[in-house]
Design a protein around this ligand. Structure first.
Ligand SMILES: Cc1ncc(C[n+]2csc(CCOP(=O)(O)OP(=O)(O)O)c2C)c(N)n1
Ligand SMILES: [Mg+2]
Length: 558
């Protein structure tokens, strides 16, 4: 033991390690399995806020959304078995969305391990496929080493979650060990020869399209790319739920290559002679089920830029694979000499997008598309809009214009229950920004309990609950596959405005389009977390289809 080092228990060493790596906020639900950590956090109260949540699913989504918004790894604490299982949804989201996250789970002491002691689970096996690395810290003096390693793994290459299990005896034990300095993430840059090849490919292209997305982007990368796209006159699309990487009002914006894809944009992707894909993995949602590009060799020339080398050549063989971070890549891109002009393609791509963006009349007194368009026109430019999975999100993705970096927080993993916790985390991270959560009636109640967390932390979010009385997405698929055989998709709902009031928040119910704007203003003015229930006609199953229409089309096919 070195004389100049203070002896600390494992919990305090861990809390100090997190603070040393720059963690300012952690999320979780307490458990008796990690009392020394809570004790360590007590000492660091002024530097490291521990946001106490109501369910680990909500807490894990908050940690994920925090990381998406701030670019810093999200930190989550959950207890053994039950906490670890509840918390898995946000970890899966972080994995699919390439979001850096550190998950700490309580574990039985090494004196009881492998007996299936109370709430014991082998986290290495349970979390193996859901994380970049799942491990356990068995000795308190190795906490600084493991935590440093975890930050490096979570943030480098393709970012993602890392799980560290904390045996109880380890946390209670004392050690005299030095803290490690703050982690530094490696930043691979493109090779000059690759950039020369890209220059040639771009200058030979008649019909190129850029697609951007994925984890590990920064505001600088996003703004640098917009400036380059403007000077090169090239059209740019965003991958699924990465619409805020490029100002949607920018004349080069071609729309999002996601679910409910504009058929004209789908055609544009297919017809491109060169696709420059930066950061997007080209997953199932971005490729319309691997149909826009042929597997494994696309017809289009493909330049695939990714920070994780394992993603290059994973599904698609690129003409030119480039392993690079995005800021570094965009800097190199800006130095290329581009002689080609793609003005007319860029103009028609943007006007196709603008036409697609316009709301379409739908059945019922409440025009939800108009509500989204109103939000798009009236929210401050830096407002953050969150959503989870469900058909209600298609109106948002289609009719809202995202105007700047990290104004959208949404799970590319297509997970329900994200909207409310993501909004709470966003409002805690950026209290000066307006934060709106858009939820379905099904989606909302998956983590509606975190409205209590919003109240506890004074996070004045506005939640719109789009109520159609059903798990509409599944009903849509049901009507297509098994028309007129409704099964397992109906919902009986509470009074959502009364729900908000029961927590001490502001509640409103809106049934007509004209009622929305004043209700929204009242919700904001209340200064409290608020819920506005939007009662939409269940007939309006997508922005452009009705349930009856879907049913009739499916029956006609039979
Ligand atoms: C956690 C989770 N559970 C189940 C699903 C499957 N799922 C996708 S959308 C959906 C229905 C969403 O219902 P709602 O929030 O009411 O939105 P709507 O589709 O009605 O607009 C379901 C059950 C999922 N994606 N995530
Ligand atoms: Mg619904």
């Amino acid at each position: 033991m070195k004389a100049d080092l203070k002896t600390r228990h494992g919990g305090r060493i861990l809390a100090d390690a997190l603070a040393g790596h720059g963690v300012r906020t952690a999320f979780g639900v307490p458990g008796e399995s990690f009392l020394p950590v809570l004790d360590g956090l007590h000492d660091l109260k002024d530097r490291l806020k521990f946001v106490i949540c109501r369910q680990e699913g909500g807490a894990s989504y908050m940690a994920e959304a925090w990381a998406k918004l701030t670019g810093e790894p999200g930190v989550l604490f959950v207890t053994r078995g039950p906490g670890a299982t509840n918390g898995s949804v946000g970890v899966h989201t972080a994995f699919q969305d390439s979001t850096p996250m550190l998950v700490f789970v309580g574990q039985v002491g090494n004196d009881f391990v492998e007996r299936e002691a109370f709430q014991e689970v082998d986290y290495r096996r349970m979390y193996g496929p859901l994380t970049k690395w799942a491990t356990q810290i068995d000795r308190a003096e190795r906490i600084p080493e493991y935590v440093s390693h975890a930050f490096h793994v979570a943030t480098s290459g393709r970012p993602g979650p890392v799980l560290l299990a904390l045996p109880e005896d380890m946390l209670f034990s004392d050690a005299a060990v030095a803290d490690a300095p703050r982690y530094r993430t490696p930043r691979p840059a493109p090779a000059p020869a690759d950039m020369r090849e890209l220059e040639k490919l771009l200058n030979a292209a008649k019909n190129p399209l850029v697609i951007i997305g994925g984890g590990g982007w920064t505001r600088r990368a996003s703004e640098g790319l917009q400036a380059w796209a403007a000077s090169a006159g090239i059209p740019v699309g965003a991958s699924f739920r990465c619409q805020d990487y490029f100002d949607n009002r920018h004349p080069n914006y071609a729309g999002d290559v996601g679910i409910g894809l504009n058929p004209k944009l789908a055609q544009r992707v297919k017809d491109a002679d060169l696709l420059l894909v930066i950061g997007a993995r080209l997953g199932e949602m971005t490729t319309s089920g691997y149909t826009l590009l042929d597997v494994p060799v696309p017809k289009q020339k493909l330049v695939h830029v990714h920070a994780g080398p394992e993603e290059l050549g994973r599904v698609y063989q690129a003409t030119l694979p480039i392993n690079s971070n995005y800021e570094e890549f965009v800097v190199s891109l800006s130095q290329l000499k581009i002689q080609k002009e793609w003005k007319s393609q860029t103009q028609s791509a943007h006007s196709d997008y603008l036409a697609w963006n316009k709301p379409i009349p739908m059945p019922g007194k409440l025009q939800y598309g108009e509500v989204i368009a109103w939000l798009s026109q009236n929210l401050p430019e830096d407002a953050i809009v969150t959503n989870g999975a469900g058909n209600f999100a298609s109106w948002l993705h289609r009719h809202f214009q995202y105007k700047g970096w990290r104004t959208q927080l949404a799970p590319t993993s297509g997970s329900m229950g994200y909207s409310v916790p993501a909004a709470v985390a966003a409002k805690i991270a950026a209290p000066q920004r307006t934060v709106v959560a858009i939820a379905g009636d099904g989606e909302f109640l998956m983590n509606g309990q975190e409205f209590a967390t919003a109240m506890q932390y004074g996070a004045a979010i506005v939640v719109l609950v789009v109520n159609n009385g059903m798990y509409g997405t599944i009903r849509m698929h049901q009507e297509r596959e098994y028309p007129a055989r409704v099964s397992g998709t109906e919902l009986t709902n509470p009074d959502f405005a009364a729900y908000a009031r029961a927590f001490g928040g502001h509640g409103e119910t809106v049934e007509r389009t004209a009622e929305f704007a004043p209700a929204f203003q009242r919700a904001l003015a209340s200064g409290n977390p608020a819920i506005i229930e939007l009662r939409i006609d269940p007939e309006a199953i997508t922005p452009s289809a009705t349930l009856t229409g879907l049913r009739a089309a499916a029956q006609a096919k039979r």
